[in-house]
Design a protein around this ligand. Structure first.
Ligand code: AMP
Length: 281
């Protein structure tokens, strides 16, 4: 496993692999890696000759500076985890100046995917995501890029960006990896106290229970919101039951082929913002 810090070294290494006819998989991350990230990396290692794992805490996708300041930074541990994920991994861990020598003034807009839910509550978030992911796609020209369904909405936005900009990359969505309690693994989970960790496990428990209700969309929505808000220390920011492809709200289960519930919950005193989703159909 090799770690490179600059775009030029990354491109030189990749050019040599390409000359040998090797395929390239890309796994973009912000570090503080856990088993969720590792599942993406292992999948890429299995499906490509070379896997680039980028570790870059992208400032332009944080609308809340406190969130960026608090975000865990664990590069050494990240490299140890990646070393267990297979051979032929190239870690790309650039500085902020390497990626943004000048402020990135590009604006991306893919309504409604980037306007609803996270887009509404984190203004500029998906613009920052498109800025960094488009740069990573340009530097690496991957055959495949791996994204977790943990960030369900992000995949919909990136698919729109790929179609818009004509990147010849296959987007590979990967299932959410959960802790034993059902809590979706997240780098932000390390910021939770043990008590908050226990609280956070209610999110998936309630989402899962809601799939067994057999009620209308609006009654299912209200069940999730009311049950979670009744637990001291949890506060639902939004819960949207949407078309799994377009992310438009549905009012009836028959409105779309795939129906997904996307949630964001504030947990604990800080509070830590946690996202998750559940598939109904
Ligand atoms: P992040 O470092 O949070 O930007 O995440 C990098 C990639 O890992 C994204 O595509 C995430 O969706 C994915 N990811 C994060 N947590 C999980 C998880 N628990 N299961 C599957 N994928 C995940």
């Amino acid at each position: 496993m090799l770690t490179v810090r600059t775009i030029s070294e990354l491109q030189q290494r990749l050019a040599a692999f390409r000359a040998e006819g090797k395929s390239v998989g890309l796994v973009p991350t912000m570090g503080a890696l856990h088993e969720g990230h590792a599942s993406l990396v292992r999948r890429s290692v299995a499906e490509n000759d070379v896997t680039v794992v980028s570790i870059f805490l992208n400032p332009t996708q944080f609308n809340d500076k406190g969130d960026l300041d608090r975000y865990p930074r664990t590069l050494d541990a990240d490299c140890r985890l990646l070393a267990q994920c297979g051979d032929d991994i190239l870690v790309f861990a650039p500085s902020v100046d390497e990626i943004y020598p000048e402020p990135d003034t590009r604006r991306f807009s893919y309504p409604p995917t980037d306007e609803v839910m996270e887009g509404a509550f984190r203004p500029g978030h998906f613009n920052g995501v498109c800025q960094i992911v488009s740069k990573l796609f340009s530097y690496t020209t991957p055959d495949r890029a791996y994204f977790g369904e943990k960030d369900y909405q992000q995949i919909a936005v990136i698919r729109r960006m790929v179609a818009d900009l004509g990147f010849a990359v296959c987007i590979v969505p990967c299932p959410v990896v959960r802790e034993e309690s059902g809590l979706a693994m997240s780098s932000r989970n390390t910021l939770l106290t043990p008590e908050e960790h226990t609280l956070a496990a209610h999110i998936y428990r309630v989402l899962h229970e809601s799939t067994l209700l057999g009620e209308s969309v609006s009654a299912t929505h209200d069940f999730v919101v009311n049950t979670l808000n009744a637990i001291p220390g949890l506060e639902v920011q939004y819960y949207n039951i949407v078309d799994g492809d377009t992310l438009a709200d549905v009012s009836d289960w028959t409105d779309a082929e795939h129906v997904v519930g996307c949630i964001t919950v504030f947990c604990g005193a800080t509070p830590i913002r946690l996202i998750d989703h559940i598939r109904y159909k």
